[in-house]
Write a protein that binds this ligand. Structure first.
Ligand code: S3P
Length: 169
């Protein structure tokens, strides 16, 4: 089988990165790396506890180390944490081994997906559309600068989104 390039899914929390990554695994047989899950397993605690115990900077360093360790992977889809493209060295590490796909979603869509969850420390106490819209706007330039391809997700099926990703990668 041909050696397919890795795909890094970036985007805001609740943009659908994990769902799309699982669909690329299920339907196209790609290997899957879920960054948050891998860090949780490695550290033996959920992200929310990791932030509380060690702080955000520690978590961000783990993200960078994880990405730098992925250089040998092929045919892998990586579901990145929403903050990954904020660090230039992370973007460089992703560029070296694959294509970067930005999954975009409207703040209202994100809110509908994340409301009622307590797994994301940045949204604790900030669980509203206004906060989500503000943080998304602040991050947008970095998402767009990192992306090889942008795929709109609002109101679309996982199948449709995966097809667009693969035809563009
Ligand atoms: C974060 C997003 C989260 C997780 C952490 C920080 C962010 O991942 O990495 O809570 O800074 O946007 P998801 O985007 O998978 O929710």
């Amino acid at each position: 089988m041909e050696n397919r390039r890795n795909i890094f899914l970036i985007g805001f929390m609740g943009a659908g990165k994990s769902t799309i990554a699982r669909e690329l695994q299920r339907a196209y047989g790609m290997r899957l790396i879920e960054m948050d899950e891998q860090i949780e397993a490695q550290e033996g605690m959920p992200i929310s506890e990791l932030f509380a115990v060690h702080g955000e900077a520690y978590f961000r360093q783990l993200e960078t180390e994880l990405l730098e360790g992925l250089q040998q992977e092929t045919d892998t889809v990586v579901s990145c944490g929403g903050g990954v493209p904020m660090r230039e060295c992370n973007v460089e590490a992703m560029r070296k081994s694959g294509r970067i796909v930005y999954l975009s979603a409207r703040p209202e869509t994100v809110f509908a997906r994340v409301r009622g969850t307590h797994t994301r420390p940045l949204l604790e106490g900030n669980m509203n559309v206004e906060y989500i819209a503000g943080l998304m706007e602040a991050r947008l330039p970095k998402y767009l600068a990192a992306a090889d391809l942008t795929v709109q997700t609002d109101g679309r099926s996982a199948k449709e989104i995966c097809e667009e990703i693969l035809s563009g990668c």
